[in-house]
Design a protein. Structure first.
Length: 225
């Protein structure tokens, strides 16, 4: 067994509960942050409350309500309907997301991967590069090393106790049962993917008012379905 792995196992054996407590705390903090960023909890809650959608449909038929009230009900109904399609719940951003995906021949939920860093401003889609970079660095320099380090630590501990021949099966079991699913759930779009997005956003935001296909020739190749 490599000396580095032996030292890591010895540290775990020596400080046992403290090490696992720290690792569990970091993993839980990452889990909560990732859920807030990727799961769009506000939209998820509203999506589960299907009764609200039915109530909004009923409101549109009530004669005693003003046209303004019916318009608000229709706006929120549209917001609820477009959320599963686009993966975005911001009602100002949803129509722009639909238009963006249509122009660049992207899948409907393409922008959902960046939704936490997107906003609408004067009919344009704004991208918060600063917070995206922070999220990417957290994934690349904290989450990835911690996840793979934990796999190696657990597998090394198994090899220490059961025998060196069990290290490889332990690594495979950890990767399949929790490491790969965890990394898929907590992943952040890569800088290369984000550069493509920024190029397309620039072309989209510079489109002529009322244009329907002005950005198509400038767009990057569509993502493979």
């Amino acid at each position: 067994m490599p000396s580095g792995m032996i030292e890591a196992v010895e540290v775990i054996l020596k400080f046992g509960s403290q090490v696992w407590l720290v690792l569990a705390g970091v993993m839980m903090a990452t889990l909560v942050y990732t859920w807030l960023v990727k799961a769009d909890p506000s939209g998820l809650i509203r999506h589960l409350l299907n009764r609200k959608k039915q109530r909004l449909v009923q409101i549109r038929t009530l004669d005693y309500l003003s046209d303004e009230a019916k318009e608000l009900a229709e706006r929120e109904l549209k917001q609820l309907v477009l959320h599963p399609l686009t993966g975005i719940f911001n009602y100002r951003l949803q129509p722009l997301a639909v238009e963006f995906c249509h122009r660049f021949d992207q899948r409907p939920r393409y922008l959902a991967a960046w939704r936490s860093w997107l906003s609408e401003h004067n009919g344009k889609i704004s991208f918060d590069k600063k917070w995206y970079r922070r999220a990417w660095r957290g994934f690349a320099y904290v989450n990835l090393p911690l996840s793979f380090g934990l796999v190696l630590a657990i597998s090394g501990l198994v090899g220490w106790k059961a025998g060196i021949e069990y290290i490889a099966p332990a690594i495979l079991l950890n990767m399949v049962t929790w490491c790969f699913p965890w990394l898929m759930f907590s992943s952040v779009p890569t800088p290369a993917m984000t550069r493509v997005l920024e190029t397309d956003l620039e072309a989209f935001n510079n489109r002529a008012p009322g244009s329907k296909d002005g950005c198509t020739s400038e767009s990057s190749p569509p993502v493979q379905k």
